[in-house]
Ligand binder design. Structure first.
Ligand code: NAP
Length: 795
């Protein structure tokens, strides 16, 4: 079981208001004193106060002879390709009340979050239609839907019990199993003794009297122990992966936990998520309650890989395939849509979109440039709550972009490209995924970025460590840190963000530093209501963004010797260290010995103070090896550990090399880049037609937002695609001599620069600076946005 809590007074107020409303208006009517027809009308009326999701298309339909409604994420293009697969949703209401219309706030958001069409079934209700009428309807609808592709069975309360019963009945009949079960506060045991005798504090909807009355109406002459009425009592073996969600403040909380235990004992892959201080089916309050939205987002992340695993391999041809659904992949997809090009798919190996912001969910993760500069020029975000936005906020911004621009139907999560080859005869790329899908596409966009392969440190004995081992880019939030002995290896940008939150929890924290880095103050502040209000005015948000971009550009001067900016940055760093590190010996160990700017500068206000805490130790003795118990340093001392955190960065040498990308002559990109990666403007590679790189070689910067580089790269790729279409030819590729001349120019500028004066991930295996663009952003944008087609050849 995993528990979730929702911090913040605003959330607490909205929760209290919603709970109070339900207790005052719904719970008294859900009572045997009122007739079922009256309860149905009342619920239907109250459901108008929930917030239906925007961006959802609703359509009445029949499935398996029963009515219901489809809910689909609205796409800008009605003919946009839709992945096979759907969710069959069974609403709650104790088998006696409720309808698809009363659950739209939930089903609509489920459609948006999963990107899957959701069919909400209007199954027959008791007392007019007792057991097994509802189950028969659910089975008929499932079978009709399953004929078209994999199905996730979902439901809340009685609908959750019905979904479970349906899965059992399908298993018995030998039907294809659902891809997964998503059960919200399921009613899985209808026996009288299963209902808690005493009222559950905070229960906002259910009472024992009402539940037992409805159970009697549904069961009719059937015993409550019937496994399709009380599936908790059934043999649960062989059921599909299941996600259960519940709240602590509900009558069915205990049943959720008992069901999780029973499923686990039966060998089913099950996860139960319990939200603190939440009531029965709180997910109905999506849009008003952040915990409801978060629960649905987690459900979507659970469903995606199950659906991907259940889908039959795809064979499809598209105009464009984009690999990677991070910032650059989303930007590419949005601009394709804006250009009227809707025939594309976005393949993402992870089970959620977000790229680096999906991978890097370690405590304290945030962006290290001001958030106004970390939003696209065409999509300001008036909802930032801090100047240096946290990873979850950025992730929300990305999800919002995907929803608003209708990208979900194009998204294939849990799908990793394994092989891509350019077929010179057809002028198309042929791609194969780890699921056995085969795609063909005229254009192939690699938007994986350089920082996606976590690098584990090459320290002897790492595999022998018996405690828990984490990498910052594959964080497992279920590993407890409270009061434990933790080590962090690494002191780069990532470590500087996670050290303070870990130090606040750990019993003892050891931070292993190999190189002391430059740390400048982070000019962070909260954004208040007035900031967010003003940010809704496009001229205001554009002006703020522009101002920050200019300020960051000024920072670029700090990388050149003798400039005023550099002197200012050096003095600020020294003053910051002096102010925040009282102990002169510790300060000396934290003083960098390489020139400022050679590695990424750290902006932090809490890193130094965290190192000064009594439970934190900075270890500068070299690591000799890792033992089963902990870390052994060169002086022979072993520090015993419970958790080992590696904030040791990324394997940038592996940039696209692990994929088998074959060019025009069958050559492998990994081979071509063996010594050091190289591209024209960081966007295109000679010998690899119709291939576009996002954040390719020599496009990183140490001073500003990567989004400023992504946007022109996307424009470049689009211009190439348009030009090719206009010329009526099959392929476009950069001329080798143009690529060579561009890189010779770059390397000449980089020679002797600050980036050559220490070792960092900016360099290739041969020491050549392969990551950094040495100039100013405006120069890069000017050169890249509008391609010079004389540098390209067509065929
Ligand atoms: P990194 O800069 O490569 O730092 C890795 C750290 O691990 C360094 O301190 C390195 O020490 C240490 N290390 C590696 N192997 C080691 C070993 N065998 N023994 C001891 N120490 C070892 O990685 P990162 O901090 O994850 O940052 C990578 C990049 O991600 C950054 O440059 C930045 O571009 C990006 N990033 C951005 C943000 C953001 O907010 N936008 C946040 C985090 C990261 P040495 O220095 O001695 O090699």
């Amino acid at each position: 079981m995993r528990t979730f809590s929702s911090p913040g007074w605003l959330q607490a107020c909205s929760a209290a208001l919603l709970r109070g409303t339900l207790q005052a208006l719904l719970k008294p009517v859900f009572s045997p004193r009122f007739s079922i027809p009256f309860q149905r009308r009342w619920l239907r009326g109250l459901a108008h106060s929930t917030l239906p999701a925007r961006g959802v298309r609703r359509e009445a339909a029949q499935l398996g002879g029963r009515p219901g409604e489809w809910l689909r994420a609205r796409s800008a293009a009605p003919d946009a390709p839709i992945a096979p697969g759907a969710v069959l949703y069974l609403h709650g209401g104790a088998y006696c009340v409720g309808a698809p219309a009363t659950h739209r706030a939930l089903t609509g958001r489920l459609a948006l979050a999963t990107g899957l069409p959701v069919f909400a079934l209007d199954y027959r209700l008791a007392p007019e239609h007792p057991f097994p009428a509802g189950l028969d309807d659910a089975l008929a609808a499932y079978r009709a839907l399953r004929a078209q592709g994999p199905v996730v069975l979902a439901g809340d309360s009685a609908g959750g019990g019905l979904a479970l019963a349906c899965a059992l009945a399908l298993r018995e009949a030998g039907d294809a199993a659902p891809a997964a079960l998503y059960l919200i506060s399921p009613w899985a045991d209808m026996r009288a003794e299963a209902a808690p005798a005493r009222p559950v504090p905070g229960e906002a909807m259910l009472s024992q009297a009402w539940v037992l009355d409805c159970a009697a109406k549904y069961l009719g002459k059937t015993a409550p122990e019937h496994p399709w009425c009380s599936p908790l009592l059934a043999d649960l073996r062989g059921l599909p992966p299941t996600l259960i969600q519940a709240g602590t403040d509900e009558m069915l909380h205990g049943q959720a936990l008992a069901l999780e235990a029973a499923l686990r004992a039966a060998g089913v892959a099950v996860r139960c998520e319990v939200d603190q201080a939440r009531w029965h089916v709180f997910q109905l309050h999506g849009g008003a309650l952040a915990s409801a939205d978060a629960a649905l987002a987690r459900a979507a992340a659970f469903i995606a890989p199950q659906m991907a695993a259940a889908r039959a391999p795809v064979q499809a041809t598209h105009e464009v395939v984009i690999m990677g659904a991070g910032m650059s992949g989303l930007c590419m997809a949005i601009q394709l849509k804006r250009a009227g090009m809707h025939d594309f798919v976005l393949l993402e190996k992870q089970t959620g979109l977000g790229g680096t912001w999906w991978d890097n969910r370690y405590p304290g993760a945030h962006v290290d440039v001001p958030a106004p500069a970390y939003a696209f020029s065409f999509a300001a975000n008036p909802r930032w709550t801090r100047r240096f936005a946290s990873a979850p906020e950025i992730h929300r911004y990305m999800q919002d972009l995907a929803l608003r621009h209708g990208l979900l139907p194009h998204l294939r999560l849990g799908t990793a490209v394994q092989e891509a080859g350019f077929d010179a005869a057809s002028g198309q790329w042929a791609l194969r995924t780890d699921r056995g899908d085969h795609y063909r596409a005229r254009h192939f966009v690699c938007s994986t970025g350089p920082l996606n392969q976590p690098r584990w440190p090459d320290i002897p004995g790492l595999a022998e460590f018996q405690g828990e081992r984490l990498h910052s880019a594959r964080w497992d939030a279920t590993v407890p840190l409270q009061g434990r002995r933790v080590a962090v290896i690494g002191t780069g940008s990532t470590a500087s963000q996670l050290v303070a939150p870990i130090a606040a929890q750990a019993g003892q924290l050891h931070v292993f530093q190999r190189t002391a880095n430059w740390v400048l103050p982070r000019l962070d502040r909260r954004y208040f209501g007035i900031d967010r209000l003003l940010a809704r005015l496009p001229p205001y948000s554009a002006a703020v963004r522009w101002a920050w971009v200019q300020a960051l550009e000024w920072g670029r001067r700090g990388f050149d010797e003798g400039t005023l900016a550099r002197r200012g940055m050096l003095a600020t760093a020294a003053a910051h260290r002096q102010r925040q590190v009282a102990d002169p010996a510790l300060r000396a160990r934290l003083t960098p010995s390489y020139p400022l700017g050679c590695k990424r500068i750290i902006y932090s206000n809490d890193y130094y103070p965290a190192l000064g805490r009594p439970n934190t130790e900075l270890v500068t003795e070299a690591i000799a090896r890792i033992s089963a118990r902990g870390i052994v340093t060169a002086d022979g001392r072993e520090r015993p550990l419970d958790v080992l955190v590696c904030a040791t960065g990324f394997d940038t040498q592996q940039l696209l090399a692990s994929l088998q990308i074959r060019g025009q002559q069958g050559q492998l990109l990994g081979e071509v880049w063996r010594a050091s990666p190289e591209a024209y403007l960081g966007c295109t590679v000679a010998g690899f037609p119709n291939l576009y790189l996002m954040l390719g070689p020599n496009t990183a910067t140490g001073h500003t937002s990567t989004l400023l580089y992504i946007e022109p790269q996307v424009q470049h790729a689009l211009a190439c695609m348009r030009e090719l279409r206009q010329r009526g030819q099959q392929w476009i590729a950069v001329r080798p001599e143009a690529q060579r001349a561009y890189n010779e120019g770059l390397q000449a500028r980089l020679r002797g620069s600050v980036w050559t004066q220490c070792h960092s991930w900016y360099q290739g295996a041969d020491g050549r600076v392969a990551a950094i663009f040495p100039g100013f952003t405006a120069e890069y944008q000017r050169r890249v946005r509008r391609p010079d087609f004389s540098a390209y050849q067509f065929g």
